[in-house]
Design a protein around this ligand. Structure first.
Ligand SMILES: Nc1ncnc2c1ncn2[C@@H]1O[C@H](COP(=O)(O)OP(=O)(O)OP(=O)(O)O)[C@@H](O)[C@H]1O
Length: 223
């Protein structure tokens, strides 16, 4: 589904990612972990196509653009849009050219807000929200894209346990739909739930468990 082959990336000549090669299988939940500055966000941005490899290549065996959810701390504090507008941006690639979003696209946006427990915030400005609320809006935008690859950069960082659980549930639902999920996390709980854990250090992969049995999903969905 995702083939990262000999990828390197440096910011202003300083190495962020050394030579990284990974093949990520369709429908597998991979968590990328590692210390601060180890290159997790850079790797995710390269897979998402938000950054271009300076050498090597990233190949996706899908024609759909991955849904890439950045950390809320990386969004502008002054974005002039509501939560609803933010989430509905996830539907823009699906709308007819220059036309407003139709009822089907709006319904998908509403469903995504509901899954993240933010329907009551729909008309609030994104900039006026707490960090955790803003993070949930960004994740709802990612879900609304209905891509077959969902890339989440530290989606649960700084969230309370209720929000954490909603996000885990949403991710599990995506996995059951066959979506390939790649997320970065420092959380032992998130790492425990992953099928595959890739650990970076200094821009290099220092351990990779490969795909493992997925034990936690059905338990979460039935509890
Ligand atoms: N826009 C940037 N400009 C310059 N250097 C950057 C930039 N973004 C990241 N870096 C550097 O690249 C390296 C990898 O950063 P990256 O954000 O990928 O790490 P990370 O593992 O995601 O870190 P964290 O856990 O703190 O989010 C770090 O040394 C960081 O300082």
């Amino acid at each position: 589904m995702v083939i990262v082959s000999g990828v390197r990336y440096a910011y202003q000549g300083r190495r962020a990612l050394g030579e990284v090669s990974l093949a990520l299988e369709r429908g597998v939940h991979t968590v990328v972990t590692g210390t601060n500055g180890s290159g997790k966000s850079t790797l995710l941005a390269l897979v998402a196509g938000a950054l271009k490899p300076q050498s090597g290549s990233v190949t996706l065996t899908t024609s759909r653009r991955p849904a890439f959810v950045i950390q809320h701390t990386r969004t502008s504090e002054i974005l002039p849009c509501t939560v609803r507008q933010t989430v509905e941006m996830g539907r823009w690639p699906h709308r007819s050219w220059l036309l407003p979003l139709g009822p089907q696209n709006r319904r998908i946006g509403r469903d995504a807000m509901e899954r993240l427990g933010i329907s009551g915030l729909a008309d609030r400005q994104l900039a006026g929200l707490s960090g955790g609320q803003r993070q949930r809006a960004l994740i709802a935008q990612g879900l609304a894209q209905e891509s077959d690859i969902l890339i989440l950069d530290e989606p649960t960082a700084g969230l309370d346990s209720a929000a954490h659980r909603l996000i885990r549930l949403a991710v599990d639902e995506e996995l059951l739909r066959g979506v390939t999920v790649i997320e970065s996390s420092h959380s032992p709980e998130d790492i425990e739930r992953a099928e595959r854990v890739v650990t970076l250090e200094g821009g290099l992969v220092i351990s990779d468990t490969g795909s493992m049995f997925r034990p936690a999903i059905s338990a979460t969905l039935t509890s």
